[in-house]
Design a protein around this ligand. Structure first.
Ligand SMILES: [Zn+2]
Length: 253
């Protein structure tokens, strides 16, 4: 059983417990200038540094609405599917109560998942606090709070080793009470868990990294494939930025 239960009025976030699910049936709960809200979705809203999903909504009558981005709504747990411009006629088919199939652009999402998981490996290789993160389909960057120089070749060798070692990646939900009962768990995390919502989603790259994270990840580090540090920048006296890219050309892009 999943502990991923939304509050009243919030969107059921299917991607939190199954990052590989590409589509779902859903009911429209609202449409406004920002976008389309559904009762449940496979679309990840921009957050935690990870870009929002793109994809499409399809009505039972075959009307297709291209979704360019996904954002969080004003209230906790709301997901807003942002349509690509120029679809006013198609959007008219979407009224509250209407049924749609929601399908993400899996090629784009899987690139987010590979990069996102790679940033967890970087966290293990660079033991300094992270003070910024951006994950897109074409690059990812992570800002570390540190003044020491970083060695690009050493980081690339470390990433390649962790990918080659094929570490399993999994998540679990843990209550604040369970965290309090296991202080050693918090000490072993590279990022301190947020408090206040009653539960925390822990991401574990087994034997490598453990931290609270709500993003989407691949199931095993081997699935990250050929990811490289393309650039290391000194952004300020206390910030080193590490930029990741894919070593192979993009498929179908
Ligand atoms: Zn993560």
């Amino acid at each position: 059983m999943s502990d991923n239960v939304p509050r009243d009025g919030a969107t059921v976030e299917l991607f939190r417990d199954d990052a590989r699910r590409v589509d779902c049936e859903a009911v429209v709960t609202g449409v406004d200038a920002r976008g389309v809200r559904l009762d449940r979705t496979v679309f990840y809203p921009q957050g935690g540094g990870q870009a929002g999903d793109a994809g499409e909504l399809v009505t039972p009558g075959g009307v297709r609405i291209a979704i360019a981005d996904t954002r969080k709504g004003e209230n906790a747990g709301e997901v807003v599917h942002v349509p690509a411009p120029g679809q006013d006629d198609a959007l008219a088919a979407l009224v509250p109560g209407a049924r749609v199939s929601a399908r993400i652009d899996w090629v784009r999402r899987h690139r987010h998942m590979r990069f996102h998981t790679a940033t967890h490996l970087l966290c293990a290789l660079v033991p300094y606090p992270v003070d910024g993160c951006s994950i897109t389909a074409d690059y990812a960057r992570l800002d570390f709070h540190m003044s020491e120089p970083l060695d690009k070749q050493a980081l690339n060798e470390g990433l390649a080793r962790l990918v080659r070692e094929a570490h399993a990646v999994s998540h679990r939900w843990i209550t604040d009470e369970a965290l309090d009962a296991h202080p050693g768990l918090v000490r072993s995390m590279s990022v301190q868990p947020p408090r206040g919502t009653g539960r925390v989603r822990l991401m574990e790259v087994h034997g490598v990294d453990l931290q609270p994270c709500g993003g989407t990840h691949v199931a095993n580090t081997a699935e990250i494939g050929a990811v490289l540090v393309t650039k290391i920048e000194k952004k300020s006296a206390m910030t080193r930025r590490v930029v990741l890219g894919f070593a192979e050309p993009a498929e179908g892009r």
